[in-house]
Structures are given as structure tokens and as C-alpha cells.
Design a protein around this ligand. Structure first.
Ligand SMILES: C[S@@+](CC[C@H](N)C(=O)[O-])C[C@H]1O[C@@H](n2cnc3c(N)ncnc32)[C@H](O)[C@@H]1O
Length: 297
């Protein structure tokens, strides 16, 4: 049987207005998105879903939300389409040195480590939900600066993970328009970026890029993620899109990946009135952070 896409001519699809999404179909999409990527879409966000699905469906000439639902659920082709859709539905807004107060905490944490320990074991940091790379690269610049202050060589590694393939591709390219660099601390642009051949763009220098490894990880599937023994886990502006019970689950999974004494940084207000037996809240009014308690035994 021909699906709706085959009935459309290429000249008509761009002009097509999508019909409103029916309640039962909306519920199916809500469940799928919450199950697979934790995205919770309450009733008032129905029009957002409609617009996002509609714009993608028009691009591929698909007229029915039901057909599109089947498409993203069918085999390998479905997986490819799913990853395009996820990219459209998630917010990738980010910038360099986005949260100075949180970065100051990281800096204090590193600068107050015993030097012998820093020489012996490299610092491992993880940016969870790293988008197009500004966050892990900011951490890499900060840690490089810390190591310079301590007179140590660059003995650290950063992992950046995200669910969005296009965002990770941008991170891998390490090329940013100049407007993205305005929030950098003074001097860092000159030190860590070169002008790109494309006017108005800058490319990250190797010394920072080579410190960061990037991979695709769904935060709902942390059980399959190989990251462990982290000294610093930095997860900001990701949990806000999840329900509260899920945030607690995710934070608990992240806590397991920290070494005792490791630092977990979240976004301000992303979890309130919550305690975890293995995590101790860091006293700080401007940043939300926890230290993993020593193991009991
Ligand atoms: C608003 S950005 C935050 C970027 C960066 N952490 C910052 O604070 O600037 C949110 C990121 O979370 C990612 N994300 C959303 N759902 C995810 C999931 N289930 N697993 C992994 N990453 C996810 C998005 O792709 C996006 O890049």
C-alpha cells in the first residue's frame, strides 16, 4: 500500500498545512518521547510537538502523524529518522563559560587537590549533555589553566556526551562563530582559538581539542555507558527537560560514576529538597554541587 508521502507531489508538500494532532496520537507521541529520551511534553506543549513534527514531516513529504510514528519505529531507516527528529525536539542552546560560578567551583576543586595525587592520577571529567561542545571545551580550557597554575603538564581527560548526533558533529568540528566566543574569559580566545578560513569563524586549537573525547550517550541509558571513576561530572541544563522522579534516578546513576571525593555539578534549581546518601551538598549559594562521600568500609 502506498503511504501518504507517495501521494504528494514535490510542489505541493512545502505548502501543506498539517492538520491538528488528535488526542490519541498525541498520547502515543508523548509516551514514545518520554520513554526513549525522557522528554516530557505536557498538554500545553502539544502545539510545540505539532510544529516540530509537522516541519520534519513536510520536509520528507509525510502527511500523517500516524504514518510518521510508524516510520520512526521501523527498522534501521526508522532509527536514522528518529535521530533527526530527536535533534529537532531537544534544545541545544549552550555557550562557552556559561556558568562562571560553577566553573569557579571546578577550579577551586582542582587547585586544592594534593599535587602528588594530581601527578599520580589524571583528572577525569565528564560533560553530560554537552551539545555542540562549548561545555566540555570550556572545562578543558579551565583545567589547562589550572594545570599551568600548578606547574603540571596537561594530565587530564574530558568526556563529552550527548544524544544529538548533529550537535556532536559540531563539537567534533570545533569551529565556532565569533559571537559564541564573547562569553570567554579575557585572553582565552587568543590563546585557544585560531581564525578559521571562513570569515567570522574561529577554530579550536589542538591543545584543547585533543583533551576532549566525544560520544553519543542517551542519559536514560547510563547503565550502558562505559564512563566510571570520574573526578568531575558536569550536567547542566539537561535535567530541566525531565520529570522530577527521572532527574533523581539520573543523578543517582551519575553519583555511581564518581570516585569518592568526586564533584558533581548540576544547574541551579535542577533538583530541590533532595538528598542522596552518597552525596554531600557543597555549601555554595551560586552553584548546585555535591561531593561524593567516601565509601563505607
Ligand atoms: C540546553 S543543552 C545544554 C548544553 C550544555 N550542558 C550547557 O549547559 O550549555 C541540552 C542538551 O541535552 C541534550 N539531551 C537532551 N536529552 C538527552 C538525553 N536523553 N540524553 C543525552 N542528552 C540529551 C540535548 O541534545 C542538548 O544538547
Amino acid at each position: 500500500m502506498a503511504d501518504s508521502s507517495e501521494k504528494l507531489s514535490s510542489t505541493t508538500w512545502t505548502l501543506t498545512t498539517m492538520p491538528p494532532i488528535e488526542e490519541a496520537t498525541f498520547k502515543k507521541w508523548q509516551d514514545l518521547l518520554e520513554d526513549r529520551i525522557g522528554l516530557s511534553l505536557p498538554a500545553h506543549r502539544k502545539s510545540f510537538l505539532q510544529t516540530s513534527l509537522g516541519s520534519r514531516m513536510r520536509e520528507i513529504g509525510c502527511l500523517s502523524y500516524e504514518d510518521y510514528y510508524s516510520r520512526v519505529n521501523s527498522g534501521t531507516k526508522g532509527l536514522i529518522e528518529w535521530s533527526v527528529l530527536v535533534d529537532r525536539l531537544t534544545v541545544q542552546e549552550t555557550r562557552f563559560y556559561r556558568d562562571i560560578d560553577a566553573l569557579d567551583l571546578v577550579k577551586d576543586y582542582v587547585l586544592t587537590r594534593p599535587i602528588e595525587q594530581l601527578k599520580k592520577t589524571p583528572i577525569e571529567a565528564w560533560s553530560v549533555g554537552c551539545s555542540s561542545g562549548e561545555e566540555p571545551y570550556s572545562l578543558a580550557m579551565l583545567l589547562t589553566e589550572c594545570m599551568n597554575t600548578l606547574g603540571l603538564r596537561n594530565y587530564f581527560g574530558i568526556t563529552g556526551t550527548d544524544i544529538s548526533k548533529p550537535a556532536l558533529e559540531k563539537a567534533r568540528a570545533g569551529v565556532y562563530p565569533s559571537r559564541k566566543l564573547v562569553t570567554l574569559e579575557a585572553g582565552l580566545k587568543e590563546k585557544y582559538f585560531d581564525p578559521h578560513e571562513k570569515p567570522g569563524f574561529f577554530v579550536l586549537k589542538k591543545v584543547i581539542k585533543e583533551r576532549v573525547g566525544l560520544s553519543r550517550v542517551n542519559i536514560l541509558e547510563l547503565g550502558n555507558a562505559p564512563m566510571h571513576g570520574m573526578n568531575i561530572i558536569y550536567c547542566q541544563n539537561v535535567l530541566i527537560y525531565f520529570r522530577k522522579w527521572r532527574r533523581k534516578e539520573i543523578i543517582s546513576r551519575l553519583a555511581e560514576r564518581l570516585v569518592p571525593g568526586g564533584l558533581l555539578i548540576l544547574g541551579q534549581g535542577e533538583i530541590v529538597d533532595w538528598e542522596h546518601p552518597d552525596l554531600q551538598r557543597v555549601k555554595n549559594d551560586k552553584a548546585l554541587a555535591f561531593i561524593r562521600r567516601p565509601d563505607k568500609n
